[in-house]
Ligand binder design. Structure first.
Ligand code: NAD
Ligand code: UDP
Length: 366
């Protein structure tokens, strides 16, 4: 099949998932452009990405709500496809400042779509970062893509609203090719240890919290509940290595036919997938909080002291993905195991802790 290398814009590309995806795309021969306002990332990440891949990355500082700048960016760089990572993502915070979440995530996405519609070369390929949180409390497991959606917090509802907008857009204009990727629980880091997840302040998510306890930055972990209906009573989640997740984006772009040479697109319609397509990106395996602690202790050779604490409001017992659709349609499955997730996370955490004077937040620019 004849393919070409693409100019791909990553909104939020210096963040945790975007930065790892930038490496995968660049290494696959595409040209990556990063558009970020750095509200939750460090501009130095671009240099780190260059260090990892040996190739320069063009970065544009801007807010996704700046439609004119986005349109100019799309046109100047002749962008073929956009992967839309930019957004606010803290569930708890979204309940405190919902208007900011809707403004940033929903309004920001509308602005991006307007810019893509206005761009003279008509870029129509989009991959969107959705989330397993759109499923709410699962009615059955594993969760497949036709499971009913019922987000239980403002953050999740921003993702659902955006999915609806994208569905309407794809129906209104058949030239759009859109993939909504519903991520399960991304963890781990690039093998270099130079990029990874290093949130500002006290982490909300399990894995960065465990890593910071192991490295001695935090004293102990609170395990939120051990009375769930799960094998050991603690919450079960589908943790996926961020590099597997990153590779899922490349698979989605290929599925949409983004990289097919123009003449192939014209001559062989069946090789592209227009419309909106939704995929879970997970491993299909669930691990409990206690299993995660044990795996991290083994990978780091450090103790992770913990206390059993009350359940966290809004938490569910178990959540893991059906991976069948992504395997069948995208030809993608997660390959890296729990050991690799914990080892890479530990490697990154050690480097981040050692990197004196680093003022990184979500992604370290070590
Ligand atoms: P992140 O916070 O590390 O990255 C998001 C990036 O977007 C940051 O670099 C931030 O500066 C940028 N950004 C935010 N608002 C912006 C705006 N208005 N204009 C320009 N840039 C802006 O988050 P992440 O973990 O890499 O997540 C990426 C996407 O995946 C998000 O949309 C998130 O909701 C989604 N997601 C994440 C997870 C997870 O657990 N990490 C799970 C499911 C879905
Ligand atoms: N968790 C925990 N202590 C923490 C953070 C998380 O016990 O400090 C548990 C949480 O209750 C859930 C699992 O770890 O069962 C994963 O939580 P996370 O916030 O990482 O992901 P999410 O709940 O959004 O899937």
């Amino acid at each position: 099949m004849s393919t070409r290398s693409l100019n791909i814009l990553l909104t939020g590309g210096t963040g945790y998932i975007g930065s790892h995806t930038a490496v995968v795309l660049q290494e696959a021969g595409h040209r990556v452009f990063i558009y970020d306002n750095y509200c939750n990332s460090d501009p130095a990440v671009a240099q780190t990405l260059q260090k990892i891949t040996g190739q320069p990355f063009k970065t544009i500082e801007g807010d996704i709500r700046n439609t004119d700048l986005l349109q100019k960016t799309l046109e100047t760089n002749h962008i073929d496809a956009v992967i839309h990572f930019a957004g606010l993502k803290a569930v708890g915070e979204s309940a405190t400042i919902p208007v900011e979440y809707y403004a940033n995530n929903v309004q920001g996405t509308i602005s991006l779509l307007q810019a893509m519609q206005a761009a003279s070369h008509r870029p129509r390929t989009l991959v969107f970062s959705s989330s397993a949180t759109v499923y709410g409390d699962p009615q059955y497991l594993p969760i497949d893509e036709s499971h009913p959606t019922a987000a239980t917090n403002p953050y999740g509802r921003t993702k659902l609203h955006i999915e609806e907008i994208l569905r309407d857009l794809a129906k209104s204009d058949v030239s759009w090719r859109i993939a909504c990727l519903r991520y399960f629980n991304p963890v781990g880091a690039h093998v270099s240890g130079l990029i990874g997840e290093n949130p500002n302040g006290i982490p909300n998510n399990l894995m960065p919290f465990v890593a910071q306890v192991a490295v001695g930055k935090l004293k102990q972990l609170n395990v939120f509940g051990n009375d769930y209906d799960t094998p050991d009573g603690t919450g079960v989640r589908d943790y996926i290595h961020v590099m597997d997740l990153a590779e899922g984006h490349l698979a989605a772009l290929n599925y949409l036919g983004a990289a097919l040479a123009a003449e192939v697109v014209t001559n062989t319609e069946t090789q592209t997938h227009t419309g909106l397509h939704t995929f879970n990106l997970g491993t299909g395996c669930g691990y409990s909080v206690l299993e995660m602690i044990q795996a991290f202790e083994a990978a780091s050779a450090k103790a992770v002291p913990f206390l059993i604490a009350p359940r966290r409001a809004g938490d569910i017992a178990s959540c893991y993905a059906s991976t069948t659709l992504a395997a069948e349609q995208l030809g993608w499955t997660a390959k890296r195991d729990l050991k690799a997730m914990c080892e890479s996370s530990w490697h990154f955490q050690q480097k981040a802790a050692a990197s004196a004077g680093s003022n990184s937040n979500t992604t370290a620019g070590a």
